[in-house]
Design a protein around this ligand. Structure first.
Ligand SMILES: [Ca+2]
Ligand SMILES: [Ca+2]
Ligand SMILES: [Ca+2]
Length: 389
């Protein structure tokens, strides 16, 4: 292995030893913005185990130790906020197998990209209730496909309250406004519906058990003018190149509201010191794709111009990547007063860089040592174990 990979591996091992030496858990002082231990956010619920965005999945995340559950919010035709990763529900529900909705299949343009399928915005809540969720990752357990309904945002809030009381922990709700510009174009703006719902629960302050997140900018600025609940600017990219540099291709190159407005800022420019200071005028934290914090690269040790299949399994995936040195994004974000919650942590061996040798704890340790304030995890049990044990 060349030098960078070897030194990164030593950093991983060193981190593990440091936390172990401190006894883990309560005795550890984490280099977070406020010194508190990092939050574990149950990404889409417990997506590693159960279909995304179901009450059963959120309950499982809480059971596995998540501090927050993470509904993505889209609006129904009759204006109800429900939890789905996308307006397009072709991959996450059994809608394509429902003859009664066959005629609902259509084409819609989301963030400048035309998609075919079934869209939440063409269904009333009552109609959506008849559908059942399915696991969108083909390599994950399909045993629960067809069993669980699509929940409303209110049901998610209620679940956090009732399960929090049951497990005697504060359970927060970390809600994402999905495709705000798309929803506004259909006359189904998300923000006031969201604020009205939160107000009914008394969630209007910085200490409310709620965090709101968006990949767009202007809707966060609007939310900031109306509420003091914590806000997070998500920061996306289209991919990571072989050399570890971030790839920015539309529509994942910049917030879609900025694209529509002709604003030249990219997601990467949001993470410069100036960009972070600008974010701090309307948000409390950032949610960057994790390669912005610690990139990884493919190797070409045999110098044949092609990336090397490090583990020799005939395909190129995360296992063939090596972690690189951390960037200054966490340091600069903290300097701007912003907390940092990177996404997405997934435990499957093929989703872990070679440095971690199939052990998800090693990845969490590396990011916790860097000072992240929370992690979006699809395996909350692994995230909390790496933090607390
Ligand atoms: Ca999300
Ligand atoms: Ca090669
Ligand atoms: Ca491989």
């Amino acid at each position: 292995m060349p030098q960078p990979a070897a030194s990164t591996l030593m950093l991983v091992l060193g981190s593990t030893l440091l936390l172990t030496a401190c006894g883990g858990g309560a005795g550890v002082k984490y280099p977070t913005l406020d010194g508190a231990k990092p939050l574990v956010i149950g990404h889409r619920g417990a997506a590693g185990y159960l279909p995304d965005h179901t009450l059963e999945g959120y309950r499982k995340a809480i059971e596995l130790g998540a501090d927050f559950i993470e509904p993505d919010l889209v609006a129904t035709k009759d204006g109800v906020l429900v939890a789905r990763h996308e307006p397009n529900i072709t991959a996450t529900t059994d809608v394509k197998d429902r003859p009664e909705f066959a005629s609902r299949k259509t084409r819609r343009t989301v963030d400048g990209v035309e998609e075919e399928g079934w869209f939440v915005t063409d269904f009333t809540l009552a109609e959506l209730r008849t559908l059942r969720a399915i696991q969108p990752f083909p390599d994950r357990d399909p045993a629960y496909n067809g069993k669980f309904q699509i929940p409303t945002f209110e049901e998610v809030l209620d679940l956090a309250i009732s399960e929090g009381a049951r497990v005697r922990r504060s359970i927060g709700v970390y809600a994402e406004t999905k495709h705000p510009t798309y929803h506004a174009s259909l006359g189904l703006k998300l923000e006031d519906r969201l604020l009205d719902t939160l107000a009914r629960y008394g969630y209007t302050g910085k200490t409310s058990p709620v965090i709101l997140q968006s990949f767009e900018v202007s809707n966060l600025q609007y939310l900031r003018s109306k509420t003091q609940v914590r806000l997070v600017q998500l920061v996306d990219a289209s991919d990571i190149n072989a050399d570890g540099s971030i790839q920015l291709a539309a529509p994942f190159d910049r917030p879609y509201d900025l694209a529509v407005a002709g604003d030249p800022r990219t997601f990467a420019s949001l993470l410069t010191p100036d960009g972070l200071r600008e974010i701090s005028t309307y948000a409390d934290g950032i949610g960057p794709w994790k390669p912005y914090l610690i990139p990884s690269r493919l190797l070409d040790n045999d110098q044949n111009g092609q990336p090397d299949d490090l583990n020799g399994d005939g395909q190129l995936d995360e296992r063939d990547r090596v972690m690189m040195a951390p960037t200054d994004v966490v340091k600069n974000a903290h300097a701007a007063g912003l907390f940092v919650h990177p996404y997405t942590f997934r435990s499957e061996a093929k989703r872990l860089a070679s440095d971690f040798q199939g052990n998800p704890a090693a990845e969490y340790q590396l990011f916790y040592e860097l000072g992240v304030d929370g992690v979006f995890s699809e395996f909350a049990d692994h995230a909390t174990a790496a933090r607390d044990n």
